[in-house]
Design a protein around this ligand. Structure first.
Ligand code: THU
Length: 152
């Protein structure tokens, strides 16, 4: 089956450099809006959907610490609200000594909408710090097809 063209992006191909730059810019802008008074660790995320649209999010912390929301989860909420069905690429932006990758819980949340070969890029304000795929970050994962194929 041929790839379905979505603007300059197809479902089975790495997005173009221009689209990745758009994701980087959006994630950096989102990071500037982070509400992180407790950790003081601001994160921005941007997701590319199957229509070629970009959805951004930032972390939103809470005085009841476990109630905080990660940037990736916040971006996913925007994607779903806008009618997005799939996540084709992910960019996460944070300033740290090591690349900021999605936490374990967010890897699973992304898994719901993204394929194993979806690129997950980490970046800081200046450069790309890591390039992974979701499958590399969450190998042998559990997903919707398990539930669909399940028996009572
Ligand atoms: N955080 C994210 O928003 N995304 C990540 O990928 C890693 C961690 C947030 C959660 C918390 O608000 C802060 O960063 C410190 O853990």
């Amino acid at each position: 089956m041929p790839d379905r063209a979505i603007g300059s992006t197809s479902v089975n191909a790495t997005p173009s450099p221009a689209v990745m730059q758009q994701l980087l810019d959006s994630a950096r802008r989102a990071r500037a809006q982070a509400y992180a008074p407790y950790s003081k660790f601001s994160v921005g995320a941007a997701l590319l959907d199957e229509q070629g649209r970009v959805h951004a999010g930032c972390n939103i912390e809470n005085a009841a610490y476990p109630q905080g929301l990660c940037a990736e989860a916040s971006a996913l909420a925007h994607l779903v609200l806008a009618g997005g069905k799939r996540v084709l690429a992910v960019v996460v932006v944070g300033q740290a000594a090591q690349p900021v990758t999605p936490c374990g819980g967010c890897r699973q949340k992304l898994r719901e909408f993204a394929a194993d070969d979806a690129p997950v890029w980490s970046a800081d304000l200046h450069m790309i710090t890591a390039r992974h795929t979701l499958g590399a970050l969450l190998p042998a994962s559990f997903g919707p097809q398990h539930v669909a194929a399940g028996t009572p």
